[in-house]
Ligand binder design. Structure first.
Ligand code: URA
Length: 478
């Protein structure tokens, strides 16, 4: 047995160098064992043998290497052995990666997915606490996070782009990432006690979280899946959850009563100046797309917005619902249609026999466009060029989800899907087909209903929209 000791948990470069040499020397997978720090083995270790001479050239596709680089982060002690077996098999079966039912290929797919999901969770759930200030006034923050996989090196470059102007450290059990504005370095891991537990930033987070909490969508199981209980300790806002759940009915009533919201205190993005790092216009799945939308600079809207908001919902949904752009609440929370228009949309869909949770819900434009008036951020319609710039993401969402039908809410969504302006009044309520065969259906935007309801101008607007949605339900059932 040829044993390779790896010093780091997710050292792809070291594995790659060793694996290439061993595979070139013709060592079979059952003759090689990789031992990362988390692999506890019986004491039968005879040390690292000299590597035999190379006998053949080793090739690996870009796709394999990209996925392997993520898969080395999965918390499975034998991960490097799995990858070595795949690398060896690929030499004789170059098309193996296309065999999606092969056990090794499936392992790689699952490992890659688990790692990307964990990275996504880290990006969403890290909460910094202010710990001090340097002499030059630069603020210093720390955060504690417990990833499920060895993703610190993979996930933390994101925070250097998102928070370049503050010093920060993210402590995890196996590794601590430290940023000083110039370089990201990795040190030994730590414990929760290394990070102070209270400070003023938490109050802001609590206010923010209370205000974005959407009582009408209260689903404890879904909330736990999205924000696993494991992370609750770490999140200041989680302390509010029991109270918020308790008071949800009353809050729902209040929310419907007041359709205007003050801008949130943390909408001030003094430290949020990400660079343009978007590099993949065809992300392989919806999680990866979310990350690319986060760093999108295809038009100027990112500059005013808190974050990009990509779609949510099952990635094989039969129905894709496309709105115009995130509003104030969506901008702050990172989720589409969670504000007043979203509440109404959920109700209208329910009335028509459609379950919003079964649909993939997204927007034509992924950043909030607004004008500041006093303390409020007032929605502005996106321009044709902003819709066009964002089309690359919407088209990719369609390619990935492959919906049976796309439901366009209002003119901007219809324009984005149709590729040119199309009159909602003229074309609503029937199935239209795009040149590439995509079926789409146009109806009003729920904000329109909210507007006209308030002034009681058009009492028929709501029933007309429900009627359209019923037709959508029939089309999906057919
Ligand atoms: N309006 C939209 O079009 N999309 C949202 O996500 C919210 C409001």
């Amino acid at each position: 047995m040829h044993t390779v000791h790896l010093d780091e948990h997710a050292d792809f470069a070291a594995w790659r160098e060793q694996a290439r040499g061993l595979c070139a020397a013709g060592l079979r997978p059952d003759q090689v064992r990789f031992v990362p720090p988390d692999r506890v083995e019986p004491a039968l270790d005879f040390g690292q043998a000299a590597r035999p001479a190379a006998r053949r050239k080793v090739v690996a596709s870009k796709e394999f290497l990209e996925r392997a680089e993520r898969a080395v982060c999965v918390a499975e002690p034998a991960r490097f052995d799995h990858l070595y077996r795949l690398l060896c098999r690929l030499q004789d079966q170059p098309s193996l990666m296309r065999n999606t039912v092969d056990d090794d290929v499936r392992w790689l797919t699952e490992a890659d997915k688990a790692v990307r999901r964990d990275r996504h969770k880290m990006h969403a759930f890290v909460r910094f606490r202010k710990v001090g200030e340097r002499e030059d006034g630069r603020e210093q923050f720390m955060a504690w996070f417990e990833p499920s996989h060895f993703i610190v090196e993979l996930a933390t470059p994101f925070f250097t782009r998102r928070f370049p102007n503050m010093d920060w450290a993210i402590v995890t059990p196996y590794r601590t990432a430290v940023w000083n504005g110039e370089a990201l370095r990795f040190e030994l891991g730590g414990t929760k006690d290394d990070v102070p537990s209270e400070d003023v930033v938490e109050e802001q987070w609590k206010t923010y979280y209370s205000s974005i909490f959407n009582p009408s969508r209260l689903k404890v199981a879904a909330m736990k899946a999205e924000m696993p209980v494991k992370y609750w300790n770490n999140l200041p806002e989680a302390a509010l959850i029991p109270e918020l759940i308790g008071g949800s009915r009353e809050r729902e009533r209040q929310m419907m009563d007041s359709l205007n919201f003050d801008p949130n205190p943390i909408a001030d993005k003094a430290t949020f100046q990400p660079e343009h790092v978007e590099k993949d216009l065809s992300p392989p799945d919806v999680d990866a797309l979310w990350e690319q939308v986060e760093v999108c600079r295809r038009c100027d809207l990112w500059d005013g917005a808190t974050q990009g908001v990509a779609g949510v919902g099952p990635d094989d949904a039969a129905l894709m619902i496309v709105g115009e752009q995130p509003g104030d609440k969506e901008d702050l929370s990172g989720k589409p249609f969670i504000g007043p228009a979203g509440l109404l949309l959920t109700d209208l869909l329910r009335e028509a026999g459609l379950d919003r949770e079964q649909a993939y819900v997204t927007n034509a434009v992924k950043h909030f466009k607004f004008e500041v008036r006093g303390k409020r951020r007032i929605h502005q319609n996106p321009s044709a060029s902003e819709i066009k710039a964002c089309n690359v993401w919407l088209d990719r969402e369609i390619e990935l989800v492959k919906p049976k039908l796309v439901l366009c809410l209002g003119g901007s969504a219809a324009r984005a899907i149709n590729g040119r302006p199309i009159k909602v009044g003229e074309y609503r309520g029937r199935v239209l087909t795009r040149e590439d065969g995509l079926k789409f259906f146009i109806t009003s935007h729920p904000s329109y209903i909210l507007r006209v309801q308030r002034y009681e101008e058009v009492p028929t607007a709501r029933p007309a929209m429900v009627e359209d949605l019923r037709r959508v339900a029939e089309l999906l059932a057919a």
